[in-house]
Design a protein around this ligand. Structure first.
Ligand SMILES: NC(=O)N[C@@H](CC(=O)O)C(=O)O
Ligand SMILES: [Zn+2]
Ligand SMILES: [Zn+2]
Length: 426
């Protein structure tokens, strides 16, 4: 078993019970413990946490690990190392792999691979439709039996409203959340940049916010009808925030996430045609960014997720129109979120930690998000003041496609522990 650690003098933040105090946190045999329950002669390995935040391990509910099938972009090993460096102790893996994770044996393979090569917890998701084609249901009950924590066709979404209704009925029965990539493909078709001022000025094919909003509103109606747990991924538009806010007020079971890049950037960043700013959904307008920040502050948007989407540089170093959509995020998420939400005083540290750990754990129904005695010792030690420059060459991820290269940021993960084992230390 792992050792006995005493993290001393840190600001202990546990949003699951509102704890925020300077003190010592104890870990023994892989779990958080109350030292009073152990013999007085127990010898602890001290970890100085003074001036730092001791938080429950961060949980990223939206990560592309690219295994099986595209190990040149990322593997379970490299992706979980990047996660650990970002303070994450658990990640939810998207099923748009090759082959897509639409069969129980693929889920089994991912879980085994994660046990062997993963250094943080990996929770697999399964496809909603066979091959992510949006035509036929995937074997949802068998996927659940194989251990998926949620269902999603991320990368695209089921266009057929009738099929989606059936999917929701099954998901409700199986009590699995649906993580929806909200995109009406007939509306986004051919688009590469948010339809607006910048797409016009730059001559890039527009992608209207409507593509997202149509599916958000359709799925809210279907969730209301079926009682399914709908979670809208990577929200990007002010209109979507309004739709989710109204639905929550009506009592619909809907939750949502936003990425650090949609909180930090706007489509103005496309002015140099740099494909590091090309992602799905595209960066929105200033008004969209404003609404997303309001949404994450008032709880309309429940949590932040990276949508870590690694791609090789040779794929990204092409004309804007031809580059794949997606940016990496695991190693910059905490700092970029702190820059956009804490430095701006929109949230305090407990508020941010809740949205990076406690809330995603609750919504996905996975362990973690708490420092309670007895729970597995998954934690992150954060230096909120450390200034650093984002250098993609230093990433542990296999890919470098970040929109934040060269950013001067504040806030860094100094140590990450999973089940009492130190998996990252700066
Ligand atoms: N977000 C992206 O731009 N790309 C993701 C797919 C997705 O999350 O929709 C990918 O798998 O590359
Ligand atoms: Zn998506
Ligand atoms: Zn994704």
């Amino acid at each position: 078993m792992s050792g006995f650690y005493r993290l001393s003098g840190g600001r202990i933040l546990d949003p699951s019970c509102g704890r925020d105090e300077v003190g010592d946190l104890f870990v023994a045999d892989g779990r958080f413990v109350d030292p009073a329950s152990l013999p007085a002669e127990t010898s602890w390995e001290w970890i100085d946490a003074s001036g730092r935040i001791v938080a429950p391990g961060l949980i990223d509910a939206h990560v592309h690990l690219r295994e099986p099938g595209e190990p040149q972009k990322e593997t379970i090993a490299s992706g979980t190392h990047a996660a650990a460096a970002g303070g994450f102790t658990a990640v939810v893996a998207m099923p748009n792999t090759r082959p897509p994770a639409d069969q129980p044996n693929t889920i089994g393979w991912i879980r085994e691979r994660a046990r062997e090569h993963g250094i943080v917890r990996v929770y697999p998701t399964g496809c909603l439709s066979e091959g992510r084609k949006g035509e036929k249901l995937a074997p949802l009950a068998s996927l659940r039996a194989a251990g998926v924590v949620a269902l999603t066709d991320d990368g695209s979404c089921i266009q057929d409203a009738g099929l989606m209704r059936r999917v929701m009925e099954y998901a409700a029965m199986l009590d699995l959340p649906i993580l929806e990539h909200c995109e009406a493909s007939s509306v986004s078709a051919g688009g590469v940049a948010h339809e607006g001022y910048w797409s016009t000025v730059l001559g890039l094919r527009g992608w209207p916010s409507l593509a997202e909003e149509i599916i958000v509103s359709r799925d809210i109606l279907l969730a209301e009808l079926t009682g399914a747990r709908l979670h809208c991924q990577h929200l990007s538009s002010a209109g979507s925030v309004r739709l989710v806010r109204e639905a929550k007020r009506r009592g619909v079971r809907v939750t949502a996430e936003v990425t650090p890049h949609h909180l930090a950037l706007t489509d103005e960043a496309l002015a140099d045609y740099d494909t590091s700013f090309k992602m799905n959904p595209p960066l929105g307008s200033e008004a969209d960014r404003e609404a997303l920040r309001e949404g994450i502050v008032d709880g309309t948007i429940d949590f932040i997720a990276s949508d870590h989407a690694p791609h090789c540089s040779f794929e990204k170093e092409v004309e804007f129109d031809r580059a794949p959509f997606g940016v990496v995020g695991l190693e910059t998420m905490l700092a970029v979120a702190a820059e956009t939400l804490v430095k701006t005083k929109l949230l305090d540290w407990p508020g941010l930690v809740a949205r990076l750990s406690t809330i995603p754990a609750r919504i996905l129904g996975v362990p973690g998000g708490s420092l309670a005695a007895g729970a597995p010792a998954d934690l992150a030690v954060i230096d909120p003041n450390l200034q650093w420059t984002v250098n993609p060459e230093a990433f542990l991820s296999r890919s470098r496609n970040t929109p934040f290269a060269g950013w001067e940021v504040q806030g860094r993960v100094m140590l990450t522990m999973v089940g009492g084992k130190i998996v990252w230390r700066l």
